[in-house]
Design a protein around this ligand. Structure first.
Ligand code: NAP
Ligand code: G4F
Length: 347
């Protein structure tokens, strides 16, 4: 059988690296788009590049391209003529989007538009399916206990407004031109490969270093923000499944459970056998290690955002029914895997 060909934008990121592994296991030919950087940025996919079987069989290719550069995107899509495009590339940090709103809009809103225009203009409408990495951030501060495909969007950051443009553009190109284009509205998903400035990985790195005596304390922002935390490995499989459906449809992927940043810290400390005590309030709150009496976590207002999304909790009934969605990881298992990975790295 002819091998399927996929393009993954954002292949050097957390999700891109796991998705590349999945597609290679499924015998795809994978073309990854990476942007130029002054230092190597392929740490998460180096193992694939070094795998002789994958490279010798000519199943895995990397190309330079940037979401802000139409010419590189057009050129690669016209040359590769993929069966599937997974658009995972984005300036994906919500806090950073307040500092770089224009760049975030260029890469996260116009980037997907550039890909969809290429599919349309290169006569690939019948051939190329498109996956857009949409996000639970679109819901902003929804007043619903659970958010699903019917919940009203209320984006509250430059990141979310850019992603909302991409979300509707994806639907618009599906309805206007018949492109098989779908949005995966994914809630937060973590892993040992999560970027180091997202709260989950930041907490785990900080606490592991504190446990090993490599660091005295760490700073943190809003402890009460509540997120629906899943594992990236479970979530990339759903991206693939969405493109294997008979008809294009948008899906919410979430665990249905929500935990605060404080609960995340509490469980990570428990797993690391650090006995803690929270003291103070609001911006003066901190956490001490009971065995030493020393402050190990201190709230710092520099980590608060101009606008916060306080509560996210998804409902994935459609995905359960149609994609057979059933996550293998739960909240505790994610934290345990992340801690074990960091302990291994620092020891
Ligand atoms: P990530 O680790 O931050 O990866 C983002 C990827 O995009 C990286 O490969 C990055 O390259 C690349 N990139 C950034 N700007 C680019 C540009 N202008 N041109 C080309 N490539 C660019 O993000 P992730 O967690 O894997 O998330 C994947 C996608 O899902 C993102 O679109 C994100 O917004 C979305 N999403 C994520 C979550 C989540 O919880 N993880 C939830 C919902 C939606 P470098 O490696 O060079 O930085
Ligand atoms: O880990 P975060 O930075 O992720 P956030 O903002 O929820 O966004 C992530 O998930 C979205 C899906 O809902 C994706 F679309 C997006 O690309 C990204 O992957 O922050 C989580 C929560 C926030 O409420 C934040 O205010 O943690 C709070 N927080 C508290 N202290 C902190 C910190 N966040 C960060 N990054 N750093 C802190 O020190």
């Amino acid at each position: 059988m002819k091998k399927k060909i996929a393009i993954i934008t954002g292949i050097t990121g957390q999700d891109g690296s796991y998705l590349a592994e999945l597609l290679l296991k499924k015998k795809y030919i994978v073309h990854g788009l990476k942007r130029r950087s002054s230092l190597f940025n392929t740490e998460r996919i180096d193992h694939l590049m070094l795998d002789r079987n994958i490279f010798q069989n000519k199943n895995f290719f990397l190309h330079h391209a940037d979401m802000t550069d139409s010419s590189s995107i057009n050129y690669l899509i016209s040359k590769i003529k993929p069966d599937e495009i997974y658009n995972l590339a984005a300036q994906s940090h919500v806090a950073v989007s307040f500092e770089q709103p224009e760049y975030t809009a260029n890469s996260d809103a116009l980037g997907p538009l550039r890909i969809l225009e290429a599919i349309k203009n290169l006569n690939l409408i019948k051939k190329t399916k498109f996956y857009q990495a949409s996000t639970s951030e679109l819901y902003g501060n929804s007043d619903k206990k659970f958010q699903d495909e019917t919940t009203k969007f209320s984006p509250s950051s430059p990141y979310a407004t850019a992603k909302l443009y991409a979300h509707w553009t994806t639907i618009n190109y599906r309805e206007s031109y018949g492109i098989f284009a779908v949005n995966g509205i994914l809630f937060n998903h973590e892993s040992p490969r999560r970027g180091e400035t997202f709260v989950s990985r930041k907490i785990i790195i900080g606490l592991t270093k504190i446990k090993l005596g490599l660091q005295d304390y760490m700073t943190i922002g809003n402890l009460e923000a509540s997120r629906d935390w899943g594992h990236a490995i479970d979530y990339v499989e759903m991206m693939w499944k969405m493109l294997q459906q008979k008809t294009p449809e948008d899906f919410v992927i979430s665990t249905g459970k929500t935990y605060t940043v404080r609960q995340f810290i509490n469980y990570a400390c428990k797993y690391l056998s650090i006995k803690i005590l929270w003291q103070g309030e609001g911006l003066n709150e901190y956490c001490i290690d009971r065995s030493t009496g020393k402050k190990i976590i201190v709230v710092d207002k520099k980590h608060f955002r101009p606008n916060e999304v306080h509560y996210l909790r998804g409902r994935s009934k459609q995905a359960q029914k149609k994609l057979k969605w059933k996550p293998k990881y739960n909240f505790k298992k994610i934290i345990e895997e992340m801690v074990d990975s960091e302990l291994k790295r620092f020891k």
